[in-house]
Design a protein around this ligand. Sequence first.
Ligand code: SF4
Ligand code: SF4
Length: 108
Amino acid sequence: MPDRHGGALRVDAAKCADSCAACVPACPTHAIVREPGKRVSLDLGKCVFCSACVEACPPHAITHTKAQVLNGAAAVVPVDLFIPGCPPHPLTILDGLLRFLDRLEKSP
Ligand code: SF4
Ligand code: SF4
């Protein structure tokens, strides 16, 4: 992945100060919530990986990880063919389509 791409976010609870909520207003998509007395909650479904929260966090408690896969689709729906790349190269998509059609032909 290119350097500009941030991976999934992680919050180090040990570094996160109880009295702080600086990351909450910094998030443009309202992906971060912190209710009084509770831990920071991140909704990665809303996250656009802009890094605003990482920059806003005084003790650097929020960091990008190297994880590029958030929630595997295979955990929700049956998947037997994956196309690599983000975004995938057009030839990779074509290759995936041809493999899919080949499997359809060979299926009973
Ligand atoms: S990376 Fe951006 S969109 Fe994602 S939680 Fe942080 S501020 Fe919000
Ligand atoms: S900005 Fe950092 S220290 Fe403050 S609440 Fe968010 S994660 Fe915790």
